[in-house]
Design a protein around this ligand. Sequence first.
Ligand SMILES: *[C@@H]1O[C@H](CO)[C@@H](O)[C@H](O)[C@H]1NC(C)=O
Ligand SMILES: *[C@@H]1O[C@H](CO)[C@@H](O)[C@H](O)[C@H]1NC(C)=O
Ligand SMILES: *[C@@H]1O[C@H](CO)[C@@H](O)[C@H](O)[C@H]1NC(C)=O
Ligand SMILES: *[C@@H]1O[C@H](CO)[C@@H](O)[C@H](O)[C@H]1NC(C)=O
Ligand SMILES: *[C@@H]1O[C@H](CO)[C@@H](O)[C@H](O)[C@H]1NC(C)=O
Ligand SMILES: *[C@@H]1O[C@H](CO)[C@@H](O)[C@H](O)[C@H]1NC(C)=O
Ligand SMILES: *[C@@H]1O[C@H](CO)[C@@H](O)[C@H](O)[C@H]1NC(C)=O
Ligand SMILES: *[C@@H]1O[C@H](CO)[C@@H](O)[C@H](O)[C@H]1NC(C)=O
Length: 482
Amino acid sequence: MKMYFPTTCKVLMILCVLVSSSRALEADAENVPCDITIQDSSNLTLNCSRRNIDEIPEKWPERINSVDKDGHVLITFFNNTISNVSQVPAVPGKRVAISFKSNEIVDIEDDAFSNIEGLVYLDLSNNYISGEVLRSEIFQGRYKNGTYGNIALETLNLGHNDIHSLDRYLFQYTPNLTRLYLNNNPIEILDHVTILALASATNLQVLDLAKTDIDNIPLDAFKGLTKLQQIDLSDNRFVTVPESLSLVGASLKYLTFNNNPIAELNDDSFVGLTNLIELEVGENDYLDEVKRSTFSPLKNLRVLHLCHNRNLRYISHNAFRGLKDKWTLKEVYLDDNYLSELSTDLMPWNKLEILGMTGNNWLCNCDLANIVTKQEAGTKFQIGEIPYCAAPMRLSGAYITNITLSYCPTLDSTSAVNKSRGFTLSNLKPKHVLYSILGVALVACLGMLLGLLVNAMKSCYNNKIRSQPIRYININSDTSYA
Ligand SMILES: *[C@@H]1O[C@H](CO)[C@@H](O)[C@H](O)[C@H]1NC(C)=O
Ligand SMILES: *[C@@H]1O[C@H](CO)[C@@H](O)[C@H](O)[C@H]1NC(C)=O
Ligand SMILES: *[C@@H]1O[C@H](CO)[C@@H](O)[C@H](O)[C@H]1NC(C)=O
Ligand SMILES: *[C@@H]1O[C@H](CO)[C@@H](O)[C@H](O)[C@H]1NC(C)=O
Ligand SMILES: *[C@@H]1O[C@H](CO)[C@@H](O)[C@H](O)[C@H]1NC(C)=O
Ligand SMILES: *[C@@H]1O[C@H](CO)[C@@H](O)[C@H](O)[C@H]1NC(C)=O
Ligand SMILES: *[C@@H]1O[C@H](CO)[C@@H](O)[C@H](O)[C@H]1NC(C)=O
Ligand SMILES: *[C@@H]1O[C@H](CO)[C@@H](O)[C@H](O)[C@H]1NC(C)=O
């Protein structure tokens, strides 16, 4: 035992040294200033992410001043533990972006950003900010000559916070605000003051209201937003596309409307959206029908995403009514719905550039073959995005571009052998066969009734009308219904 004692002691000492030195390293790490990356004198990044910072520093590292006065500066405090945004020290540069994403912010001081003349981008997302904290005073500019100036802010991200309502004067000092993200907040109802706040942001181009639990947008919310180009209303409780969108129809170009409880799209859905370029309607689990004239107002649409609506089984052949003469659509995505058939005249298929049809239950019938082959839809699929047939059984699993249905009328005009065009059962759609059978049955019944009647009359008035020949339909010789 005694022999080992000194060694044990040494080991212990070494361990002690190691532990204390690693402690020292940790302490150092906490004091390490943020990383500065200087791309060139016109582009500087100050990375303060993930450094356990819990308050705004009083001053920036000296090297931040190496940026030009016209330069771009990005400062990020992503994923720290800041809870109170106090006044941020001045930052040089013409366009300054600051991110406080994923902190623990519950409060913001008055004048917090008034030192940063070039602040154009502010990310406050993923914090605990409530509507009460968002007062107009936090965005005040410099106090000059008895009044507060404006700040240059263009993009404000307030997503993933705890906002129910906005102060009506919130955007008083941010006249250049163009992009506002309010997604993932418990707004529920766009109340009077919130609407006044939104309506005051007259330069707004992008508005994100996704996942805010709203089910309605009052008409006056969009009054005055004459520049609004893009809106996201996904993951809300709308049962119809809000009518108020038509107020911004002159400017709106991009509409995203995913995951809402709408049951159908119809000719009221997109009224007035004449300048829409791109429409996305996806993941709407209750949507089962797209009715006639649904897309008719969209006279400038280029891209349509109608995907992942897992109960969408029917698109009216008149859905694009009135658009076919001045066709503007280039890309149509119908992937991952519950469709089995499409009408051949739904759209001028050969005018598309990209068509997506994967993930449906396609019934590979003559109509689909016509769309894919004759109307060249089969040439618009992207690589690796060829849809499969689900039915009929013998074609199940085949690419819809692979099928050749020899019995389809007028389809194989290019084939060398002119197929017999005589009558075959497979020529008929199930519906037609049913009608034919019903028709024949009806004629047969009528004939029998007539026959019975005639027989009855014969026996009743046998003597009186014997001289007059009676003609009645012979159902066996009548072939016009076959
Ligand atoms: C600044 O540099 C970053 C790379 O560090 C680059 O991603 C960014 O686009 C540059 N910005 C400008 C305005 O040059
Ligand atoms: C910023 O610093 C953190 C922590 O050192 C690091 O994980 C992250 O990748 C850095 N980000 C950038 C954009 O350099
Ligand atoms: C922030 O960092 C912590 C560890 O410090 C991590 O657990 C957490 O997931 C990070 N949050 C985000 C949003 O990245
Ligand atoms: C944030 O800081 C200001 C000024 O120091 C103080 O008045 C305010 O009470 C603080 N807020 C919270 C929630 O600690
Ligand atoms: C300050 O206000 C006074 C009077 O209201 C005006 O004459 C002066 O031009 C203003 N100065 C600035 C810099 O706006
Ligand atoms: C708003 O933008 C215009 C045009 O870019 C600019 O002249 C003006 O200074 C900006 N306003 C503020 C308060 O920065
Ligand atoms: C498509 O046709 C080719 C050639 O006839 C065949 O090799 C391939 O297996 C078919 N694929 C499907 C999925 O139908
Ligand atoms: C097939 O027959 C039709 C008339 O039944 C005719 O108009 C067409 O030209 C024929 N096509 C070929 C390739 O022979």
